[in-house]
Design a protein around this ligand. Structure first.
Ligand code: ATP
Length: 286
């Protein structure tokens, strides 16, 4: 009974465990429930209910917590094209009309396909990182006081409202500063599902550390004295990116322990049976 419906947009080979995202199960489930559930309803139900699919979501929270990871995994999970990724500051262009043109181009493929195929069109995902750089409250002088920010917001609104009849677009906006985003963008029909991606709790940190040490563990390069749960306990307020950094730092301490100063030729022998141990993690923590 859990077999995906014939019209499923979930990629058949998608496995939740393979996502490499730690501590965000609840957030992922919420995004699914609130933003995609309608896309996997049985045929005809959406029309019967008279609703529209969610066209946009906003992921917000501190840097390095996995917003980009989630956005990309959503793309992989759904039977969608490779997402188009754009970065706020990249869009801004001092030449008149160029920033608006950049926005227009983002939506062009989806619009074209929808014109040709209607609801049979594949899903197009647009990931908009650092949205706050261009979508500050209008009139606030985003875009270096050139007024470029205002017209970018207007263009984005026009595109989102214009796709009212388009069912094939999902815009994922990301920001560290939700309070900076123009309210008009956050209304129903636009970026309507808002989800905070916060710093991981202890359980989440353990999951993230496991993900980033998985390979070492599999290949028996992680010394058995390394206690992931204890590390998770001691890394309060670390983001996912910082936990990843911790593992990398521990690895380089291990590396330094193994290579003998002055040798270059012999390095491969020195590190052939290298292990990353508790002391390396202690050094990294420090
Ligand atoms: P920013 O706001 O700075 O763009 P972000 O929230 O988009 O940050 P990511 O780019 O997704 O953060 O994370 C950076 C890296 O940190 C990831 O590539 C990954 O290695 C690691 N990381 C962050 N969060 C997680 C997580 N929840 N699980 C596993 N790895 C994570």
């Amino acid at each position: 009974s859990r077999r995906p419906a014939a019209n499923s947009i979930i990629a058949p080979d998608f496995k939740f465990e393979d996502m490499g995202i730690g501590g965000l199960d609840k957030e992922f489930a919420t995004i699914f429930r609130r933003a995609f559930a309608s896309r996997v309803f049985p045929p005809g139900l959406v029309e019967k209910l008279g609703i529209q699919h969610v066209k946009g979501i906003l992921l917000y929270g501190p840097p390095g917590t996995g917003k980009t990871l989630i956005a990309r995994q959503i793309g992989k999970m759904l039977n969608a094209r490779e997402p188009k990724v754009i970065n706020g500051p990249e869009v801004l262009n001092k030449f008149v009309g160029q920033s608006e043109e950049n926005i227009r181009k983002l939506f062009a493929d989806a619009e074209k396909e929808y014109k040709e195929k209607g609801d049979e069109s594949g899903l197009h995902i647009i990931i908009f990182d650092e949205l706050d750089a261009v979508c500050k409250q209008r009139g606030s002088g985003a875009g270096g006081g050139t007024g470029v920010g205002d017209s970018v917001v207007n263009q984005l609104l026009a595109k989102l409202d214009g796709v009212d009849q388009l069912n094939n677009i999902l815009l994922i906006g990301m920001t560290n500063r939700k309070d900076m985003i123009d309210d008009a963008l956050l209304r129903p029909g636009r970026l309507e599902v808002h989800l905070e991606i916060a710093l991981p709790d202890e359980h989440g940190r353990a999951q993230i550390l496991k993900i980033h040490t998985h390979r070492m563990q599999q290949n028996k390069v992680l010394d058995r004295d390394v206690d992931i749960l204890e590390l998770a306990h001691r890394t309060k307020n670390f983001s996912g990116a910082e936990l990843n950094g911790l593992v990398k730092a521990a690895t380089s301490f291990a590396f330094n322990r193994h290579i003998k100063v002055g040798t270059v030729a012999g390095i491969s022998d020195d590190v052939a049976d290298m292990k990353v141990n508790k002391t390396d993690f202690e050094n990294a923590l420090e």
